[in-house]
Design a protein around this ligand. Structure first.
Ligand code: DC
Length: 216
């Protein structure tokens, strides 16, 4: 069973997804981290993030994987490095290229296959594109103010004002939801949960109820 949890940044996706995976004893895949690892490889190599061909050619020399300790680039844990400002600034550009997405989506599908098709998968297009037949599809939202406040507690946002963070979130949302390939949007059959006024535990309980309702 795949549980797809999509939504923009700062809605609590990672915390909620990890908790649901732990409760159900399922593997957890953070697909944002896989796009970030690809972006890290591009940034390190000094490749132009607007050139799809150059990105694809650089990526053929690298392996991206995901493990209990987080995302791996060429077998090395880069969970910390992928949160850098430079990666965050470039990840929307890298992940907007359709052929780059196909490569990374293929890796994500293989990864879930290796888990016998049982996983909680977090991202932007999981319910719409990557696993359109997911047993449970959830789309988390929250008001821009709440999201900026939550992001301000993350290490990657340290030293920035709330306004700066809100501006960055707005720019990334815009890029992610207006791109041609797999834009950020709820699947037609997704359950939309506004987390602005809800605690993590309540959101987790709602998703657990949806998962139990599938009979798995
Ligand atoms: O969840 P995150 O902030 O780590 O994601 C980083 C970027 O990766 C996000 O701005 C858009 C992209 N992304 C994507 O295009 N598709 C996904 N399934 C997950 C993330």
């Amino acid at each position: 069973m795949v549980i797809a949890i999509d939504g923009p940044s700062g809605v609590g996706k990672s915390t909620v997804s990890r908790a649901v995976a732990a409760r159900l004893g399922l593997s957890y895949l953070d697909t944002g981290a896989t796009y970030r690892a690809a972006t890290l490889a591009i940034v390190r190599a000094g490749v132009d993030p607007s050139s799809e061909d150059a990105i694809l050619s650089e990526l053929t020399g690298h392996s991206i994987d995901y493990s209990e300790i987080g995302v791996l680039l060429d077998g090395e844990s880069v969970a910390f490095d992928v949160r850098s400002d430079e990666v965050t600034r470039n990840v929307s550009a890298v992940s907007a290229h359709p052929r780059v997405r196909s490569e990374i989506v293929a890796m994500q599908r293989r990864w879930v296959d290796e888990k016998d098709g049982d996983a909680v998968v977090e991202g932007r297009d999981i319910g719409t594109v990557v696993f359109p037949d997911s047993a449970v599809k959830v789309y988390l939202t929250a008001s821009p103010q709440v999201r900026a406040t939550r992001r301000s507690r993350d290490a990657e946002a340290s030293g920035k004002s709330l306004e700066e963070i809100a501006g960055e979130i707005g720019a990334r949302d815009h890029a992610d939801s207006t791109r041609r390939a797999s834009p950020l949007r709820p699947a037609k059959d997704a359950t939309v949960i506004d987390t602005s006024e809800l605690g993590i535990a309540t959101v987790v309980e709602r998703i657990m109820a949806l998962a139990m309702g599938t009979g798995h």
